[in-house]
Design a protein around this ligand. Structure first.
Ligand code: DX5
Ligand code: ZN
Length: 220
């Protein structure tokens, strides 16, 4: 599976969002990571389906990876599907019926995913591996960009990699939080294939230089 770089627009300049997304895709990003927060599941408030739809209308054709940090999730899933989301991932704690929410995402034509907070066990995957297109491991506690990578995510990545490989399903393993050019190599070695990076990319003036360096580090 090809490695994907997924810049988190949480760290972009929201006043120029369309331009920022164009620039980061031109710089070599593969997918757009779209953080949705509700000031309830996490202590921060961001963007919803309207902004996803606006990016599509602006002409963004790259996959949009919608990371829901909201509770409940079912109500908003159809709106994001309609708004042009490609992936829709949610935290198991935020759905009463995880299997149903995953199935709903697929039925609406999107790819589904479960997100694991640093302290959330991977056991939630056991009975839904056939309904998941993406496993997203948080390497920070969700809510804010710019936090430091928690090293406990590395053994957890290895554990998730094994579960995915043993399952035989085609499932991406994404990592989110504190990813940068200095640690991306060991994160890939631990089993990730999809790399969210917010502040490490949007915090620098030259997006292409950062993305090129990330790929060079992973190729080492
Ligand atoms: C955190 C979000 C992340 C965040 C990552 O709750 O899910 O996607 O934007 O930002 P960095 O890469 O700066 O840790
Ligand atoms: Zn995220």
């Amino acid at each position: 599976m090809a490695d994907l770089i997924a810049p988190s627009i949480l760290s972009a300049d929201f006043a120029r969002l369309g331009e920022e997304v164009d620039n980061v895709l031109k710089a070599g990003a593969d997918i757009v990571h779209f953080d949705v927060m509700d000031n309830h599941f996490v202590p921060n408030l961001t963007i919803g389906p309207l902004v996803c739809e606006a990016l599509r209308k602006h002409g963004v054709t790259a996959p949009i990876d919608v990371h829901l940090m909201i509770d409940p999730v079912d109500r908003i899933i159809p709106d994001f599907a309609k708004a042009g989301a490609s992936y829709i991932t949610f935290h198991p704690e935020a759905s009463r019926h995880i299997d149903r929410s995953l199935q709903m995402i697929r039925d609406l034509g999107c790819k589904s995913g479960l997100v694991f907070n640093p302290a959330t066990p991977l056991t939630y995957l056991e009975h839904v591996l056939d309904k998941v297109d993406m496993v997203l491991l948080m390497s920070v506690n969700p809510g804010f960009g710019g936090q430091s990578f928690l090293p406990s995510a590395l053994p957890k990545l290895r554990q998730a990699r094994k579960i995915i490989d043993d399952s035989g399903f085609d499932i991406r393993l994404e990592i989110d939080g504190g990813v940068n050019t200095a640690n991306i190599r060991e994160i890939k070695a631990a089993g990730a294939d999809t790399f969210v990076a917010g502040s490490a990319i949007f915090g620098k003036p030259d997006y292409k230089a950062v993305i090129d360096e990330m790929r060079a580090e992973m190729a080492k």
